[in-house]
Design a protein around this ligand. Structure first.
Ligand code: AMP
Length: 592
């Protein structure tokens, strides 16, 4: 059963914020808790970080805020949290969700000068979010007026107990108005939490997320712990390492889907996006391309992916953790269909560790934590796959013309030298551990405070790993192979411009180099624009340009190998259809 935020009884200003945030529908805990809290009921909710619990209590609180005299208003809601980080996050969430109602939330926690908090309290706030110790300090000083409180939330109650806040919580609750509404959110319900609930809550409604009796598909399931800021790099690494033939990458919101889709395409990963804002026609087109194997990666929200019936999804990647165990099972059920091998990869931030453990526990799934592969791991795997392809090629026969070539060269070179030269050509330059520095341990000290390295690089005008190859960018990143990268796209895209007789297999014609361009049909790009730009800017004859494979958000174009660098350079300063275009050597696509 799915529902909408509007159906839960939330009003326009809040619904607008949710649309702006790209939330498509309530999470299970929200669907259950919001109506109950709006009705004034007390509540015990068993839900942890990642389930959307913050909005589950923040939205009804905002909805029920009485419009009062703004200046000097006393707080109408109080949220207790175990840590200052959570207090800050929750206060921030109130601002975000309540921005069209001018909600003011104040985080109060130890370690911050109390004077700053005093000033804000005097000016008037709607919601106070604090750690129990600091809240008590304020109460003792008489600086926290609790008389107007209508709702009190105990967030992560089990954590607060584990941290020894039990007496403080009792003292605070004793000082709040008796007719208040009280809700307790906790990942687990140990005895003391249940006892506190029965002492302070009145006929509470109960909400739990996560159901039993789920049948988890038998597929390889792994997770990586990554720092929040490293998530995108981690995804890129996973894609490089796993080399999915077709993957669905799940995000929580439409905004994240769009932004991730853009970042992937910007890095030359052929990705398409799917979310609830697309028209049926757009949706059908995306799905058609994904099903046909024309876009390897589909970035989607849960809502958009619901009901998708796609055979042959090799990988499901949870870029954001699913909201609950059931959601996890739904998502990963998209791979491993019809007895095929499938793999589910989940990226987990340190804060989400407990939620991940709970998903594993509730579903009974065997989800292995793995260490993030290094660049060397990626290279090693690539070599292994290459060797396997070689073995298959030898087994497949049809080598005669090449044997003649090898024999003629064999007069001057040893077989090993010959093979090594061919490998070098096909695999590209082997790079050692590059500047890509993805911590293998998401908990490494100081990681959370580090600036976003990619933003930093972008600000400096650098591209990831582009350094040594004259801006070839991702094409050479991680030592991607050149010829291999050309596989796949040639016979899979819409061939807008004929490339003469159809070539055997999916090799780019000898002497041609396939380039990836970060513009496509949706940008209004037509093959003629591209030919014009390349021929004009790089000063090469239009007739020397090979096939153009046009997609919605990107395209591939073949240019003479000898002119490839020249074309890349010319395009780097060219405007096409009024916008700067990024061109890189196309990355490999291995179809297994
Ligand atoms: P929480 O469990 O409150 O820590 O929330 C986890 C994450 O889910 C936060 O990043 C929220 O912004 C996000 N979130 C909460 N509710 C929704 C929703 N209905 N749809 C999409 N994302 C959500």
């Amino acid at each position: 059963m799915t529902t909408t935020f509007a159906a839960l009884g939330l009003s326009d200003p809040i619904l607008r914020s949710l649309v702006e945030l790209g939330y498509e529908e309530p999470t299970p805990v929200q669907a259950q808790a919001i109506t109950l809290l709006l009705a004034g009921s007390d509540l015990i909710a068993q839900a942890q970080t990642g389930t959307g619990k913050t909005a589950a209590f923040a939205l009804p609180i905002i909805e029920r805020l009485a419009e009062g005299a703004k200046a000097g208003r006393a707080p109408q809601a109080l949220v207790m949290t175990p840590t200052r980080e959570l207090a800050m996050q929750v206060a921030e969430a109130f601002h975000t969700y309540g921005r069209h109602r001018g909600v003011v939330a104040l985080p109060v926690y130890g370690g911050q000068p109390i004077e700053r908090q005093l000033g804000a309290l005097k000016r008037g706030v709607d919601v106070v979010v604090g750690t129990p110790g600091r809240l008590l300090d304020h109460m003792r000083r008489g600086t926290l007026d609790l008389t107007a409180l209508r709702t009190v939330i105990l967030d992560e109650a089990d954590e607060m107990f584990a941290m020894g806040f039990v007496e403080d919580i009792g003292s605070i609750l004793d000082a709040t108005p008796a007719e208040r509404q009280t809700a307790l959110f906790s990942a687990t319900m140990p005895g003391p939490v249940a006892r506190l609930a029965s002492a302070y809550l009145r006929e509470p409604a109960r909400v739990t997320v996560g159901t039993s009796g789920m049948s988890v598909p038998q597929i390889r399931q792994i997770y990586y712990e990554v720092g929040g800021r490293d998530k995108f790099e981690a995804l890129a690494r996973v894609l490089d390492f796993e080399r999915p033939t077709s993957a669905i990458v799940f995000c929580r919101t439409k905004l994240e889907v769009d932004s991730l889709g853009d970042r992937l395409v910007g890095r030359a990963y052929p990705a398409e996006t799917l979310h609830g804002d697309l028209s049926q026609v757009q949706r059908d087109r995306v799905m058609q391309r994904f099903r046909a194997g024309q876009a390897e990666i589909l970035v989607a929200t849960d809502v958009a992916a619901r009901g998708l019936d796609v055979e042959q999804v090799s990988h499901v990647i949870n870029y954001d953790l699913p909201h609950d165990p059931e959601n996890y099972v739904h998502r990963i059920g998209r791979t491993g269909r019809a007895g095929r091998l499938g793999c589910a990869v989940t990226l987990v931030t340190p804060r989400e560790r407990r939620a991940m453990q709970s998903i594993a526990r509730v579903t009974g799934a065997d989800i292995q934590r793995q260490v993030m592969p290094t660049v060397a791991d990626v290279l090693a795997r690539r070599q292994e796959q290459f060797k396997q392809t070689l073995r298959e090629t030898m087994a497949g026969g049809g080598l005669e013309p090449f044997i003649i070539m090898a024999e003629s060269l064999g007069e001057d070179y040893s077989p090993t030298e010959l093979a090594a030269a061919a490998f070098k050509l096909l695999l590209g330059e082997q790079k050692p551990e590059s500047s890509v520095d993805l911590a293998r341990d998401a908990d490494a000290p100081g990681r959370r405070d580090r600036p976003d390295r990619e933003e930093e690089r972008a600000a400096r005008g650098e591209r990831w790993g582009a350094g040594s190859k004259g801006g070839a960018g991702r094409g050479d990143r991680l030592g991607r192979d050149r010829a291999d990268r050309d596989r796949g796209a040639g016979d899979r895209g819409d061939r807008e411009r004929g490339a003469g007789p159809k070539r055997a297999g999916f090799q780019t014609a000898p002497g041609l180099q396939r380039l990836f361009i970060d513009m496509g049909r949706e940008d209004g790009l037509r093959p003629a624009d591209l030919v014009g730009a390349i021929a004009g800017e790089a000063n090469i004859p239009g007739s020397s340009i090979g096939a153009i494979d046009m997609y919605d958000r990107f395209c591939f174009v073949e240019v003479p190998q000898a002119a490839a660098e020249q074309v890349l350079k010319a395009l780097s300063s060219a405007m096409v259809r009024g916008r700067k275009v990024k061109a890189t050597v196309a990355r490999p696509m291995v179809r297994r």
